[in-house]
Design a protein around this ligand. Structure first.
Ligand code: NAD
Length: 263
């Protein structure tokens, strides 16, 4: 089974059995789980990095360069427009169903789109390692601004002003390259990864660190590691099972099999 990438019935049934027998399952998701909802990922052809320069959107540039800041807000405005109307897809609903079936300890996500919660996962089970796109905060005093207020400003072609309380820079509450991850979400994600017995990665290139340490941590602590992704990942070699396919296809079949117990 190790490292194989055929996505036949035998593997669907095997993963359904592992889920049914699992004491604690962690689902780890990346941008690839949301492409079926119409949200571009970073690295696929036509993805966000085909349109924006990653360096230009980094945290050091955001805080030091007004031109980069303007580019960042342009990128954000585009993302907000698409994400606001996005709906969860089959893969998100399958993950939510696992929680309903009592087969899910946590969803650890790199995504900022909120689609796991929208699909029905309890907010307390979802750990957002890279924040979420629906809040804007002051980088100095952490004061909260509604994204609607800032979005309206951008739609009118105006500059985003500085914090009304302290004059600090405002930024969406997402983690940019070069910015630290939210401590509590990361701590909890590490704890859960170190104690689960099944860790399933869905739609992630597994190249963005420190998030991508989590599958390795789970594997090293004795969990079975499963990877569901369109393309190969650097961790395929250590995985116990690899599905090279569409997240929605694989997850809907797996969860149906768990529900019916036909494995
Ligand atoms: P990534 O772009 O590096 O990788 C996505 C992976 O998903 C790719 O390997 C691709 O082959 C695969 N994929 C795409 N569609 C798929 C599908 N339907 N089924 C199965 N696999 C599919 O994204 P990443 O690993 O999440 O890491 C990069 C960063 O992307 C994260 O920091 C995250 O914050 C950010 N991001 C999030 C969103 C979102 O919230 N929807 C969108 C874009 C980027």
């Amino acid at each position: 089974m190790k490292g194989r990438d055929n996505s036949g019935r035998d593997k669907i049934a095997a993963l359904a059995r592992w889920l049914s027998e699992s004491r604690e399952t962690v689902i780890f998701t990346g941008a690839g789980i949301s492409t079926e909802s119409g949200l571009a990922d970073f690295r696929s052809p036509g993805g966000i990095w085909d349109r924006f320069d990653p360096n230009e959107l980094s945290y050091p540039r955001f805080v030091s360069n007004p031109v980069s800041r303007r580019t960042y807000w342009k990128f954000y405005r585009e993302n907000w427009k698409v994400s606001r109307d996005a709906e969860p897809n089959r893969a998100h609903y399958a993950v939510a169903k696992l929680e309903q079936l009592g087969k899910l300890s946590a969803v650890v996500t790199q995504n900022i789109d909120g689609l796991h919660q929208k699909a029905g996962n309890s907010p307390e089970k979802v750990f957002e390692l890279h924040g979420n796109m629906w809040e804007v905060r002051c980088l100095s005093c952490n004061d909260l601004y509604s994204w609607e207020e800032i979005f309206k400003l951008l739609e009118e072609g105006k500059e985003v002003y500085n914090c009304k309380l302290c004059g600090g820079l405002l930024k969406p509450a997402t983690v940019s390259f070069g910015q630290s991850l939210p401590e509590e979400a990361l701590r909890e994600a590490q704890r859960l990864s170190g104690r689960c017995d099944l860790f399933i990665c869905i739609g992630s290139s597994l190249v963005v660190y420190p998030a991508a340490y989590l599958p390795e941590k789970a594997k090293n602590a004795g969990a079975k590691l499963v990877i569901i992704n369109r393309e190969p990942t650097p961790l395929d070699q250590i995985a116990d099972m690899v599905f090279r396919g569409e997240a929605g296809d694989v997850m809907s079949q797996v969860v149906k099999t768990v529900e019916t117990g036909t494995f």
